[in-house]
Write a protein that binds this ligand. Structure first.
Ligand code: ATP
Length: 497
């Protein structure tokens, strides 16, 4: 594992990462001055940069590295029939249950999954497997009474009230709705999209025709999705408003198995390319397939709180396009000019949550290291070991002291670099403090202008590396090229070609 945090402390990392994210301008609670809105978060000045860099690494890997994948940006609002056709109006539900004493609401399936996890932890794997199998069987049959009976039989208690005073289990639709139109009677109910995929499906033919796309081809999209999650917790892991990065790959029916394998491998490779250790990644095969899928696996990451889904790879068959054909009465066929065949394409989907990816990135980059300061006192150095292409700030420029001509020279370096990368300038506080302030943000390089820069030949500055803290003299003339190379997104993309 390429982290210096011992395995036993890795599990303790989660609260540290959360407070780090808040303290250093990565993530804030939404409308915090009003005590926040549950499960809604805002990205701060550093978070927004990291997020955009992650998004770009995904977008370019999809669109620039695949000549048969193009992007779109569909609206959040869609015709309400879209969600009838997709199955979301009738089937996008979570089974929920309330505890009458604590008045807390839970997802019934998650209560049972937690119980199974406890069996697993105490070494009773057979019991855990049997419980999950029984639950899945009941959910498949929509037997909500059976699910409640199982919760009672397992003697599951509410973690807050410690009682088993449960309500019935009810289905709860996760879609948010609102009204469009100015007069109440004329208003139409519309939904905030619960996934970005449908915006791709309804545009499939527009893109195929206008782009003269030949199967196999893909359409990528990044955008907001909204889900009224019954239980939203664990920071930005489960939010009510979040961002998905989805790609739908349209293929010939019958080829779905090989394309499914292709995308599983391609996506795992991408995670490695952005710096995620492979030992903390695994595939999880879905026990219960969604109504549209003939195969589905998740890429899970070992978060400090356990293995969690980050991305789904789904073989969606021709379900979505066929449904839209039926509901819209418009043909969504592909005409193969070579064979003369007309068919509804099959689809392989890759769907990753940008916010979960962001959390993964922080968890795997967070480092605490014991060091000694100049006076020999031991202290903990905290830094984010982010890939330089992902780091919010690429380089910080410091005059050693706030004096001319050092300030002027440092300012000249800022001007030389600022069109090409995100540069930060600071002239107050000790150099050690200024380095430490950049370490916590994950800035990979710091440049210090000192008197040697001015007085000695060759105009050199000190270049300091974040992870190793190594320092070297570099000539100003070489600086831009070196930093551009090291911080370019191409250092990620080149691992994928
Ligand atoms: P989960 O089982 O965790 O609810 P899901 O299987 O419903 O997730 P998908 O519908 O496959 O998720 O969505 C694809 C990706 O979108 C997920 O892998 C996850 O990264 C992200 N995602 C889904 N729901 C949320 C949410 N409420 N908050 C943040 N990200 C989410």
């Amino acid at each position: 594992m390429d982290t210096n945090i011992a395995a036993n402390t890795y599990s303790e990392l989660f609260p540290k990462v959360i407070s780090h994210a808040k303290e250093y301008g990565f993530v804030f609670q939404s409308s915090e001055i009003y005590d926040g809105l549950q499960a809604v978060y805002d990205y701060g000045q550093n978070g927004v940069e990291l997020r955009q860099n992650l998004q770009q690494a995904w977008w370019l890997a999809m669109t620039r590295l695949h000549e048969n994948i193009v992007g779109i940006e569909a609206a959040i609002f869609m015709h309400p029939t879209t969600w009838k056709a997709s199955g979301h109006v009738d089937g996008f539900n979570d089974p929920m249950i309330d505890n009458k004493d604590s008045k807390k609401r839970y997802r019934a399936d998650q209560l049972l999954e937690e119980q199974a996890r406890q069996y697993e932890l105490s070494g009773n794997t057979a019991k855990a497997t049997a419980l999950l199998a029984e639950m899945n069987e009941l959910l498949k049959k929509d037997d909500l009474e059976g699910v409640r009976n199982l919760i009672m039989a397992e003697k599951i208690l509410c973690p807050i009230s410690k009682t088993a005073n449960w309500t019935e289990v009810r289905q709860f639709n996760l879609m948010f709705s609102t009204k469009v139109g100015s007069v109440a009677e004329e208003a139409t109910e519309v939904y905030l999209r619960p996934e970005t995929a449908q915006g791709i499906f309804v545009n499939y033919l527009n893109v195929q025709k206008t782009g003269r796309m030949k199967i196999p081809f893909g359409i990528a999209q990044v955008g907001k999705a909204f889900r009224n999650e019954v239980v939203a917790r664990q920071f930005i892991m489960r939010m009510r408003e979040f961002t998905q990065m989805e790609m739908q790959f349209f293929i010939k029916p019958g080829t779905q198995k090989e394309w499914f394998e292709y995308w599983k491998n391609a996506r795992r490779k991408w995670h490695q390319a952005i710096g995620t250790p492979d030992a903390r990644l695994r595939f999880h095969v879905h026990d219960k397939l969604a109504h549209y899928a003939d195969a589905a696996e998740d890429i899970e990451f070992e978060f400090p709180i356990g293995w969690k889904e980050v991305e789904g790879i789904h073989s969606r068959t021709d379900f979505d396009l066929s449904q839209h054909e039926q509901f819209s009465k418009k043909k969504l066929r592909y005409h193969d000019a070579q064979t003369g065949e007309n068919f509804v394409p099959y689809v392989i989907e890759t769907s990753i949550g940008l916010d979960r990816l962001f959390l993964l990135t922080l968890c795997q980059a967070y480092r605490e290291e014991e060091t000694t300061d100049e006076k020999g006192k031991s202290e903990t150095r905290t830094y984010l070991s982010l890939h330089p292409a992902l780091a919010p700030i690429k380089v910080a420029i410091f005059p050693l002291v706030k004096k001319e001509p050092l300030v002027e020279k440092a300012r000249q370096i800022v001007d030389m670099l600022k069109l090409d990368m995100n540069v930060f300038y600071e002239e107050s506080a000790s150099i050690g403090k200024r380095y430490a302030r950049q370490d916590v943000l994950g800035t990979p390089f710091c440049v210090t202008v000192d008197f040697d820069t001015i007085e000695k030949e060759g105009e050199t500055v000190t270049l300091r590396y974040r992870d190793s803290m190594k320092q070297e003299r570099v000539s100003i003339a070489d600086l831009k090229e070196k930093l551009l190379y090291e911080t370019s997104i191409n250092r990620i993309l080149e691992k994928l070609v």
